[in-house]
Design a protein around this ligand. Structure first.
Ligand SMILES: [Zn+2]
Length: 167
């Protein structure tokens, strides 16, 4: 099943998501649908709040066929060294701006089998982990762009918001 993506201006993108307490069949089905939805729109990541589900989980597919199912993630380390690179978001269509992120991170999470995974990541994957994690705390990449970039996108954001409120 393909979910509707919630767009900027929708309240569900701004709340702090709840931990997943039990990885049951409903959660697994939701995650499978999220992977299907992400692939359908050729995204590299999709977090549950983006489809209106208030749970701490997301899916990532930075390289085709290499899907990560990430439940209850926690950063163990985030490098002080940062790097700026362009980002976009399925919930903020048409806007791409550079965001500063830690160069490398170490993250702990559960996969769909409930196994604990600890992983180090950098570059595109490290960035995807940080971007998707932010969604679980109601944070969007446009919150983190430079003041100059922010000014450039203010109008577009207002238009997205208007549309979200109409729908
Ligand atoms: Zn996003």
């Amino acid at each position: 099943m393909i979910y509707d993506i919630k767009i900027y201006g929708n309240d569900c993108l701004r709340s702090v998501a709840e931990p997943v307490t039990e990885i049951n069949s409903e959660i697994i089905e939701t995650l499978n649908n999220m992977v299907e939805t992400m692939r359908n729109i050729r995204g590299v990541g999709l977090a549950a709040p983006q489809v209106g589900i208030n749970k701490r989980m997301f899916v990532i597919e930075v390289e085709e066929g290499d899907v990560r199912i990430v439940i209850n993630p926690e950063f163990l380390e985030m490098s002080e060294e940062k790097e700026s690179n362009e980002e976009g978001c399925l919930s903020v269509p048409g806007i791409y701006k550079p965001v500063k992120r830690s160069l490398t991170i170490k993250i702990k999470y559960q996969n769909e089998k409930g196994e604990e995974i600890i992983e180090e990541a950098s570059e595109l994957l490290g960035r995807a982990f940080q971007h998707e994690y932010d969604h679980l705390d109601g944070v969007l990449f446009v919150d983190k762009v430079s003041p100059v970039a922010k000014r450039m996108i203010t109008k577009k954001l207002q238009m997205l918001k208007k549309e979200a409120n109409r729908g």
